[in-house]
Design a protein around this ligand. Structure first.
Ligand code: URA
Length: 435
């Protein structure tokens, strides 16, 4: 299609929509370097300001899928589940969910990314396991799912390459927080892999991209709509990210918490959220209804089957699974410092954004995409939302490398807790289901 980028952008500036052919032609021309990043950046900014019609977001998603390979992994299995979280602090659900579902006979494959900003990345967490190999191609993912019931691999350059380039541009142009752009970014990668069913965990609150419930419900609906007609069934859980999930933040520390959860001793919020997502995927397989699915999942924890399944999966991806019984085999921080409460009362808030940013500061996350991460660094929360606390109690442990100013980081961490005189209201973790 012949088009004038100037005319298209001029219309977009006025808030006009584009036809699907125009969207496709614009993206293709950019990928072929026929138009420059400055023109794509203008498109991104106009879209972030004016939004997009749902059909346009679907069209953009399709064009981004077409920039790479479509794996259609569902064609290889009777049923294949996938799961995605829009990102939070302490969110290690995928690593628990995959082997747990596999132990209940539901096959899972996921392509995951590295940490973005203050939120951790599943891949960074998994790579804290010695030997774990995340760079699997299509055939290796299939072999791993056949051998262990699940696989989590890195999103390769072959999948939606337009997203990789576009995300880098969004990151530096202030256009990340846009519902249609997030929709096309997430769904292009997910639909290019092509599971039978995808469960989305759309988070809202201070630790998430979306700050309020209504905005996150809109995002959930937009994500579901973008998958219409794709062959992947999609549902979304909208969950609260106003405090961190679980106790551990930081790569190896989170892996230890995944093992504890699969052993039946993990934090209750992490268990609840993971179980609910897993149960919904079991229902989407058409073989289960919700209550029997939940009961089956509980049984798999009690019997040890879920933990065995993790062992099998880690070995299938060439990881050394001995850390499951001996967590000391994972990297450990040079120093562990306790941070204590300056007053007594009830924990009525723990700022997840601040904990995520402290995580980045101490090396658990990255400031630039090319930075390495320190697998051992992180935070373990001792006093959680709703707990009673006495002055001097340990609020959290900091796991640190040598080169960090402990006093400054400790003060910053302690200030992330809100301690009040009154017991705070119960937390309602799962706020909505969209399908
Ligand atoms: N995660 C993604 O993959 N893309 C976005 O745009 C936001 C979150």
């Amino acid at each position: 299609m012949k088009f004038s980028p100037y005319e298209l952008l001029d219309r977009r500036r006025e808030g006009d929509s584009w036809s699907l052919e125009e969207l496709e032609a614009f993206l293709e021309a950019w990928m072929a370097a026929e138009i420059g990043d400055e023109q794509m950046a203008a498109f991104l900014m106009a879209t972030a300001i004016h939004g997009m019609k749902p059909e346009e977001a679907m069209g953009l998603t399709q064009s981004m899928i077409a920039s790479g390979e479509s794996w259609n992994l569902r064609d290889e299995f009777d049923f294949l589940a996938d799961k995605h979280s829009t990102g939070g602090v302490g969110d290690k659900v995928s690593i628990i969910l995959a082997p747990w579902l596999a132990s209940c006979g539901v096959k899972v494959a996921m392509l995951s990314g590295r940490g973005l900003g203050h939120t951790g990345g599943t891949l960074d967490k998994l790579e804290s396991i010695p030997g774990f190999r995340a760079g699997l191609d299509r055939a290796e993912i299939i072999a791993c799912v056949e051998a262990a019931g699940c696989a989590i691999a890195t999103s390769t350059a072959a999948i939606a390459p337009a997203d990789r380039r576009m995300y880098a541009l969004r990151d530096v142009t202030g256009t990340v927080r846009s519902i249609p752009l997030i929709t096309a970014s997430i769904m292009s990668k997910k639909l290019a892999m092509g599971a039978s069913a995808l469960l989305l965990d759309v988070k809202f609150g201070r630790g998430a991209f979306m700050r309020d419930l209504e905005e996150s419900r809109q995002l959930a609906r937009s994500l579901i709509r973008a998958a219409e007609g794709s062959g992947t069934a999609v549902e979304a859980i909208v969950s609260d990210m106003s405090v961190p999930l679980g106790r551990a933040i930081g790569n190896a520390l989170e892996i230890v918490e995944c093992v504890e959860t699969l052993r039946g001793g993990g934090p209750d919020d992490l268990y609840e959220l993971t179980r609910e997502q897993a149960a919904r995927l079991m229902v989407m397989s058409g073989e289960w209804s919700i209550e029997p699915a939940r009961a089956r999942l509980d049984d798999a924890i009690r019997s040890g089957a879920a933990l065995d399944s993790m062992r099998k999966w880690i070995e299938a991806q060439e990881g050394d699974a001995r850390f499951i019984d001996d967590p000391g085999r994972l990297e450990r921080a040079a120093r562990v410092e306790e941070v204590r409460a300056g007053e007594s009362g009830w924990v009525s808030g723990i700022d997840p954004l601040e904990l995520g940013l402290i995580g980045v500061e101490i090396g658990a996350g990255r400031k630039r995409q090319s930075d390495p991460v320190d697998h051992a660094a992180g935070i373990v929360i001792h006093r959680r939302y709703g707990d009673e606390v006495e002055r001097g109690d340990v609020l959290a442990e900091l796991h640190l490398p040598q080169n960090v100013d402990v006093n400054a980081v400790s003060r910053r961490l302690a200030a992330a807790w809100t301690i009040s005189e009154e017991r705070p209201p119960e937390r309602n973790l799962i706020r909505a289901i969209e399908s």
